[in-house]
Design a protein around this ligand. Structure first.
Ligand code: FAD
Ligand code: PHB
Length: 394
């Protein structure tokens, strides 16, 4: 089999790339290890930046998002018994974020790319490795129905997440890994109950971090910081709701509506970057190249900005035989990635409980108090949260 761009992974980054290239007449084939239903069943991101929302519109997959997504003009930080609101447009020249689930984005992209445009995705087909990335015809080796298959491509995009094989196919001596793990995770619940507040609440509490988020006016997503080794089986629904309420200011805690879980899961917190994001004709994008702790809501948004740069670079190659944008892809994408790595690390450090040291806690409270009382502090937080600009190319 042969295609122009072979894509490993049908998460948001792989589907968005396939869709944008398809609209420009470039052929793609996606190789995905899991089933379509499994990919759709993963509950992950909820907050998207304007840059990503614009990309979904450009991919002609943004119609439902514009109808059903919730525009948020601010978010709240709870600490020391206080609840402080951060106004996004005021501090960012009018920018906002959109609350619309990753599951919905994936569904919309699948519908547009596969069901309506006839795009090819091979599900239940794990890629094993990429060969020949230093040649003009790199190959994805994968398995399907117990058979070994080969997809020959002009370019390969590794969009296969943190546990994928694309990154491992890059020459180990040319890749530099930067990594930080955090001594805690997030226990998340999804439930069909109205959100406690119309905007998100990020809470710093002496018992640990908590986050109140949502998917719609009737579906809530909540998280509490938990031990790295904790297990979902250790938590009943009531345990979760009690712990969440303990970590919120009283006025919020009193108005939490509880209900049975639709889903409960634990996410470990991790910062990770692989540099460079390219070797020859193999390009990495999204979680395959970098991971951020979810505190800043940046992971999915970084996947989108990688695809912004990569899709333009590939298009310039096919349209004008230009290779300059392919050559600067890694450097350009990483410049934005590192700023999000920094922001997510900083926001995680400010809001989570790391130890029992009262000094650490006082320092966090002092920084939060400084932040909300400073115009510069509010601007720095708001600018990063709504998303830093994409670099434009001629
Ligand atoms: P993935 O979504 O991981 O997709 C990779 C795909 O590749 C998968 O379908 C996988 O099955 C497939 N694959 C893996 N290995 C192979 C193989 N060998 N062969 C073929 N296919 C393979 N981000 C935000 O921006 N905002 C948020 O609010 C936010 N909240 C989050 C909350 C939680 C609880 C979590 C866990 C994450 C959150 N994120 C958030 C991060 C976001 O979900 C990820 O960054 C995003 O999924 C990355 O997309 P991706 O397409 O690069 O990778
Ligand atoms: C979510 O709704 O899942 C969510 C929202 C904001 C975050 C992380 C996750 O920072």
């Amino acid at each position: 089999m042969r295609t122009q761009v072979g894509i490993i992974g049908s998460g948001p980054s792989g589907l968005l790339l396939a869709r944008l290239l398809h609209l420009q007449g470039i052929d793609t084939v996606i190789i995905e290890s899991r089933s379509r239903d499994y990919v759709l069943g993963r509950i992950r991101a909820g907050v998207i930046e304007q840059g990503m929302a614009d990309m979904l519109r450009q991919a002609q997959a943004g119609e439902r998002m514009d109808r059903e997504g919730l525009i948020h003009e601010g978010s709240n930080i709870a600490f020391d018994g206080r609840l402080e609101r951060l106004d996004f447009p005021k501090h960012t020249n009018g920018k906002v974020v959109m609350v619309y689930g990753q599951t919905e984005i994936t569904y919309d992209l699948m519908k547009a790319h596969i069901d309506e445009a006839g795009g090819i995705v091979h599900y239940d087909a794990p890629a094993v490795r990429v060969e020949g990335s230093d040649t003009d015809a790199p190959r994805i080796i994968y398995e399907q129905n117990g058979q070994r298959m080969e997809l020959i491509c002009d370019f390969v995009a590794g969009c296969d997440g943190y546990h994928g094989v694309a990154r491992q196919s890059l020459p180990a001596d040319k890749i530099k890994i930067f990594e930080r793990t955090y001594p805690f995770g997030w226990l998340g619940i999804l439930s069909d109950v109205p959100p406690v507040n119309k905007e998100l609440i990020y809470a710093n509490h002496e018992r640990g971090f908590a986050l109140c988020s949502m998917r719609s006016h009737t579906r809530s997503r909540y998280y509490v910081q938990c031990d790295t080794n904790d297990k979902v089986d250790n938590w009943t629904d009531d345990d979760f709701w009690d712990e969440l309420r303990r970590r919120l200011p009283p006025e919020a805690a009193d108005s939490v509506t509880t209900g049975p879980r639709l889903e409960m899961s634990i996410t470990p917190l991790h910062s990770f970057v692989a540099e460079p994001m390219r070797s020859g004709r193999l390009f990495l994008a999204g979680d395959a190249a970098h991971i951020v702790p979810p505190t800043g809501a940046k992971g999915l948004n970084l996947a989108a900005s990688d695809i912004y740069y990569l899709s333009r670079a590939i298009l310039a190659y096919y349209k004008d035989r230009r290779t300059d944008l392919l050559d600067i892809y890694s450097e350009t994408a990483l410049s934005r990635v590192w700023k999000a790595i920094r922001f997510s690390w900083w926001y995680t450090s400010l809001l989570h409980k790391f130890d029992d040291d009262p000094m650490s806690r006082r320092l966090q409270i002092a920084e939060l108090d400084y932040l909300v009382n400073s115009g510069a502090g509010r601007t720095a937080l708001a600018e990063n949260y709504v998303g830093l600009p994409y670099e434009k190319f001629e």
